[in-house]
Design a protein. Structure first.
Length: 277
């Protein structure tokens, strides 16, 4: 049946990947596997089957705590701490999301900023350096993974080129027209044939030997597949570090903003009392 094939081969794999991704994000935000454990538990024990009021309240409190942590990104360990933090946020008129983004710089028990964890301005040089390095590296990895040619260097002449089964194109210049040697050039008379600018005179004979060797030609296809796999892995690593750099900036800005807000809020009552005195 076509619809069974559609469900099993087309829809099911993407659904599973989407479900696993959603579960991973939920557990990461909550800082706990409780959402998954609770869903699995519901397959075997329904909420109505738990009759003891103390146990029932404990389960409900844990669910409320996890929901609070997942919504605001605040890692409160107990429901009591979560309530205190919510009251503190309301009293100080500070967003809970801002506290969540501030991360470890805010003491959730004492409800105060930890001064030694406040970032310095020169810290922001780190994500800038990470971005300047990994952004171009990611673009290069993406370009290499999308290419059907093998990035290679001829050992004898040290010529860098993109090699395929029927042509070789110089790597440089990165932009504009680049010189190339094709497989059809192997039939040309070596005396009348003009070496393209950028190539070494020995490159043509080396490339012709590669193209005329069936084993080496098949190896090129295998190497291209391996190159694509490696490039995709490198692209994933670059994206990971770019996201890390963005996360650093996001967290440090939140820490500075929260510290400034709390410092300003604490300074207002003091200034008013000084005026009265």
């Amino acid at each position: 049946m076509d619809w069974i094939d559609l469900l099993t081969r087309e829809i099911a794999p993407y659904s599973i990947v989407g479900f696993l991704l959603a579960a991973s994000i939920t557990c990461w935000r909550a800082g706990s596997f409780h959402p998954i454990n609770a869903r699995l538990l519901r397959f075997f024990i329904s909420r109505d089957e738990v009759e003891d009021p103390v146990i029932k309240k404990s389960i409900a409190d844990q669910a409320a705590l996890i929901s609070f942590r997942m919504t605001h990104g605040v890692r409160s360990r107990t429901l009591h701490d979560a309530k205190k933090l919510a009251e503190f946020s309301d009293f100080k008129n500070i967003s809970l999301d801002l506290i969540g983004k501030a991360g470890w710089a805010f003491d959730l028990r004492k409800l105060e900023i930890i001064p030694k964890r406040i970032p310095r301005k020169y810290w922001f040089a780190l994500p800038v350096v990470m971005f300047l390095f990994f952004a171009p590296a990611g673009m290069i990895s993406l370009a290499v993974s999308a290419s059907d040619d093998l990035l290679a260097t001829l050992k004898k002449t040290r010529t860098d080129l993109w090699l395929s089964e029927d042509q070789a194109v110089l790597v440089r210049p990165l932009f504009g027209e680049r010189a190339k040697i094709t497989k059809s050039d192997c039939t040309e008379n070596s005396r009348t044939w003009i070496t393209p600018e950028g190539f070494n005179q020995a490159d043509r004979s080396i490339l012709c030997k590669i193209w005329n060797d069936p084993k080496l030609s098949s190896e090129i296809s295998k190497e291209i597949d391996e190159q694509r796999t490696l490039s995709l892995v490198m692209l994933g690593v670059c994206i990971w570090y770019l996201l890390m750099a963005i996360s650093f900036v996001r967290e440090w800005r939140a820490q500075l903003e929260l510290n400034e807000t709390l410092a300003t809020d604490d300074a207002v009552p003091q200034s008013e009392s000084e005026k009265e005195n």
